[in-house]
Ligand binder design. Structure first.
Ligand code: LLP
Length: 424
């Protein structure tokens, strides 16, 4: 069995009952299915194999901000993936997991000097440049190191996409990318630079893009732009078409992967460039759950609160983006239904996973899972309210591994110290 399904009345992760995981490792805990991650990678790769000829297959660079545990990175590397990184920390994780630097692309609007230097030292495939001052900065550092920086320019296509305004990145008002005129300027500047080589363009319009036409609208901005840049004498040999492919959290009607692949085939392929993609959420989102235990059932005049031991510090998406996540009990899944507000222990009303959720009636001690927590779950967790970071557990069939142990209080509080001069 692959993924999270019920067997003998108990929800499993692959072949392992989640009851067993809770007993062995405690709660809250993130649990990932290796098979589910592999399956998503293969589905995306296959859709591309059907739409594009073998010699024009894209370089899939997993956007590891979605889930950067080095075991997950290693798993995806094993599938053949490259890596999209947005910080030196992510570069270090990628190198530690064994990614070839030639398969790593660096994105983000605020690349710092030491991050640029670390990427040049490693010899990454390219920087996706987001501003002209950044281009100048990259040239300066590359010259000092006597390395060549390979760059593409991120075009802001002025397209609205993304499941929430906080994760839409391709509108003119967003901080990302360059307008048309600045892309031209960037190519002209790069042509004069001694240690920068420009290769093409990138776009990324947002995350959880479920507006069916948004990708097509963004892709359609590319042929004209590529034609004009080539007419001006610039070499366009790479197009990075970003990430953003959505997953089902509830009952969303989503863009079909094959339709997306067909647009890549129809619009991007004829431009005769190397093709790069940066999928994040699609590869890992539905391959993880946050496993938690019911602490109390608190009944008030008009509400039933299911107080669980996971909180917004473990999974912030519901409170940050009003995101919907499925919630299910691990056992007693056929009990009579009841309405609950599912909340965590943190001292904020925002620490609410869902309001008026219909669930089989629950008892203290009952285990629940919060679904679709494999992407932007653990990696956005914090220590708010001095709660230790939960463990991450990887399941592969019957195999179980703790890929990150629960944070200890020593690790959490140990780095702090009281200055000697205080209270003197
Ligand atoms: N490439 C770039 C340049 C990005 O900024 C992102 C995501 C991706 C690729 C991957 O996008 P994906 O395929 O995962 O949609 N924390 C938010 C999502 C933020 C996404 C940021 N950038 C959430 O929990 O929904």
């Amino acid at each position: 069995m692959i993924g999270f399904e019920e067997k003998g009345g108990i929800l499993h992760a692959d072949d392992v009952p989640l009851t067993q995981i809770a007993t062995e490792f405690g709660t809250p805990a993130y649990v990932y299915s290796a098979g589910a991650i592999r399956g998503q990678y293969e589905a995306l790769a296959l859709a591309m194999q059907k739409a594009l000829p073998p010699e024009r297959q894209p370089l899939l660079c997993y956007a590891c901000k979605a889930n950067s545990n080095i075991a997950v990175l290693s798993l995806l590397k094993g599938c053949g993936s490259g890596l999209e990184i947005v910080s030196e920390g992510e570069l270090r994780r990628g190198l530690k997991a064994g990614f070839a630097p030639e398969k790593i692309v660096s994105t983000g609007v605020g690349k710092q000097a030491r991050e640029i230097a670390a990427c040049l030292e490693a010899g990454i495939h390219q920087f996706n440049v987001e501003s002209l001052p950044e281009l100048v900065h990259i040239q300066k550092i590359a010259a000092e190191m006597n390395k060549t920086a390979h760059v593409v320019f991120r075009l802001n296509p002025d397209v609205t996409g993304g499941g929430h305004h906080k994760i839409s990145t391709g509108r003119k008002r967003d901080k990302f990318g360059l307008g048309r005129a600045d892309v031209f300027k960037g190519f002209e500047m790069a042509a004069e630079m001694s240690h920068v080589q420009a290769h093409g363009l990138s776009i990324h319009i947002g995350s959880q893009v479920f507006t069916v036409d948004a990708f097509r609208q963004a892709f359609e901005k590319l042929p004209g732009m590529v034609g004009e840049l080539r007419a001006a004498g610039h070499v366009i040999s790479r197009l990075d078409i970003g990430g953003g492919f959505p997953i089902i959290y509830k009952d969303e009607k989503l863009l079909d992967l094959s339709a997306y692949a067909k647009w890549v085939g129809d619009i991007i392929l004829p431009l005769e460039t190397e093709i790069i993609m940066e999928p994040g959420r699609y590869l890992v989102g539905n391959a993880g759950v946050l496993l938690s235990e019911t602490l109390y059932i608190k009944e008030t005049n008009d509400r039933s609160f299911l107080v669980i031991d996971a909180a917004m510090n473990d999974l912030v998406r519901p409170t940050l983006y009003d995101a919907y996540h499925g919630i299910e009990p691990v056992e007693n899944r056929d009990a009579p239904k009841k309405l609950y507000d599912v909340v965590g222990p943190i001292c904020e009303t925002g620490d609410t996973f869902s309001i008026d959720r219909t669930l089989p009636s629950m008892k203290p001690g009952a285990l629940v899972v919060i679904r679709s927590a494999g992407a932007y779950g653990f990696c956005m967790a914090s220590n708010y309210n001095t709660r230790p970071m939960p463990p991450e557990i990887l399941i592969d069939g019957e195999r179980v591994a703790v890929i990150r142990q629960r944070q200890s209080y020593d690790d959490l509080i140990g780095p702090e110290h009281i200055p000697e001069w205080l209270n003197r």
